[in-house]
Write a protein that binds this ligand. Structure first.
Ligand code: HEC
Ligand code: HEC
Length: 378
């Protein structure tokens, strides 16, 4: 660098790459902020937007300005490690495009973002029968995919931190503000005789328009922005099938007639056996009614994701009497405060339907979660 011919401040990053870079960062931030189940609609939209951005970047890696092309930063893993070692001793050479370590942070971020999108699409298919792969992924693999999706998200957080650290170290080592160069596009120490970097704005515009249009059309066709009221009305339709008459009559007078799939059969058998001491109440059920109820409790195959996962979180030797004490229930509600369960609108943790408009059907779609407040009654 010190022996280099006359150098100056010149543009290296074309505008599309910069817009891509900050859009991806914004998408990632949005995904993080919407990771709770109630924000799943926005989360999915941000995920699809991320998919479009990834496609854009992959294409731009072949047709963009030369520093943005993959060919300009195709470094081996060994080169990346060598570069990191050189950085430690302050002897790392300067690169016009991404340096070898930086290029690997680009590959890994793009790769993990892709994995994040793929696992997210698999996840909504497995858990809720939503998205492009709806009904082709079994509920039984949902917990595995859920863990995978979380691991990918945390890996992205780690990569993101490493990326920031790399930018700081690189900026200090080469006395140039790499963060700002991703805003202005300009870098210092660029050889004066370097051919100018063309923006190819028209190509980028057409590409972006195509991808954004595709995204818009897909989201529209997938019913992504269906209103809460519409979804709630739809969910009522399958409630009858989920809660057979007798069950609803006997168990729905004091609280929600909990769909039988929310606890293992042995829990219900025990509850019916101990019907005289039902949380301080006596149910006073006659023998034949008990038999009918037991048959209903034993019958349902846990077809829905919530039920299947709740049941799977109960140890085989246990027969819990509360859904709200199962591992899965506690895990999914860990972010809620005690106050959320005690208000004018919610009578307690057991009051599923206060927050889940589809509780009676056992579906527990993230799109129908609303913690009721005074400001917006259910
Ligand atoms: C006479 C009123 C009454 C009837 C009828 C009744 N329950 Fe309950 N049930 C209660 C009360 C009270 C609670 C405790 C609620 C709380 O947490 O404060 C409860 C709690 C439950 C819970 C635990 C909810 C949790 O916290 O996870 C289950 C499961 C349950 N009942 C199932 C049934 C079933 C099945 C039937 C029909 C066979 C039934 N109940 C009928 C009064 C009733
Ligand atoms: C005070 C409101 C409230 C009550 C009462 C409540 N939930 Fe929830 N539930 C939520 C919220 C909010 C979430 C999402 C939490 C998050 O993602 O951090 C959630 C998440 C869930 C999920 C996971 C949804 C998903 O897509 O990840 C299931 C399943 C669920 N609840 C079942 C139940 C059942 C069964 C009951 C009753 C025994 C119940 N909930 C009672 C508010 C409530």
């Amino acid at each position: 660098m010190s022996t280099a011919p006359p150098s100056q401040r010149r543009r290296i990053w074309d505008a599309p790459v910069r817009v891509f870079h900050w859009s991806l960062a914004a998408c990632f931030g949005a995904l993080w902020l919407t990771r709770e189940a109630q924000r799943m609609d926005l989360h999915a939209a941000a995920g699809y937007a991320m998919a479009a951005l990834i496609v854009f970047r992959l294409l731009w890696g072949f047709v963009g300005g030369w520093p943005a092309r993959f060919a300009a930063f195709a470094h081996s893993p060994a080169a990346a490690l060598r570069y990191l070692r050189q950085s430690m001793t302050g002897r790392a050479p300067e690169f016009l495009s991404h340096n070898p370590a930086g290029s690997w942070s680009v590959y890994l971020l793009l790769g993990s973002a892709t994995l994040g999108v793929v696992s997210g699409v698999l996840l909504i298919a497995a858990e809720h029968g939503l998205g492009p792969l709806a009904a082709s992924v079994s509920v039984l693999v949902a917990p595995t995919i859920h863990s995978l999706h979380e691991i990918v998200a945390w890996a992205m957080v780690a990569l993101f931190c490493a990326h920031i650290a790399g930018v700081v170290v690189g900026s200090l080592a080469h006395r140039q503000n790499l963060l700002l160069s991703m805003v202005s596009g300009h870098k210092d120490h660029v050889p004066a005789d370097l051919p100018p970097v063309r923006s190819r704005a028209l190509v980028a515009f057409v590409l972006a328009l195509g991808l954004a249009g595709g995204l818009y059309a897909y989201l529209g066709a997938s019913g992504w922005n269906e209103s809460y009221a519409t979804l709630r009305a739809q969910s009522k339709q399958d409630a009858a099938a989920m809660v057979p008459g007798v069950w609803g009559e006997e168990c729905g007078s004091c609280h929600l007639a909990y769909p039988a799939q929310l606890l293992p059969a042995r829990s219900w058998q025990r509850m019916l056996r101990e019907q005289d001491a039902h949380f301080g109440e006596s149910l006073g059920l006659k023998d034949e009614r008990l038999a009918e109820l037991e048959a209903l409790a034993l019958d349902p195959a846990p077809a829905r994701w919530a039920g299947a996962t709740l049941q799977a979180s109960v140890a085989p030797a246990e027969s819990p009497q509360r859904i709200t004490e199962t591992g899965f229930w506690r895990e999914r509600h860990r972010r809620l405060q005690d106050a959320d369960f005690k208000s004018d609108w919610v009578s307690g943790k057991h009051d599923c339907a206060a927050c889940h408009a589809d509780a009676f059907s056992g579906a527990f779609s993230p799109r129908l979660i609303r913690i009721p407040t005074i400001a917006a009654p259910p």
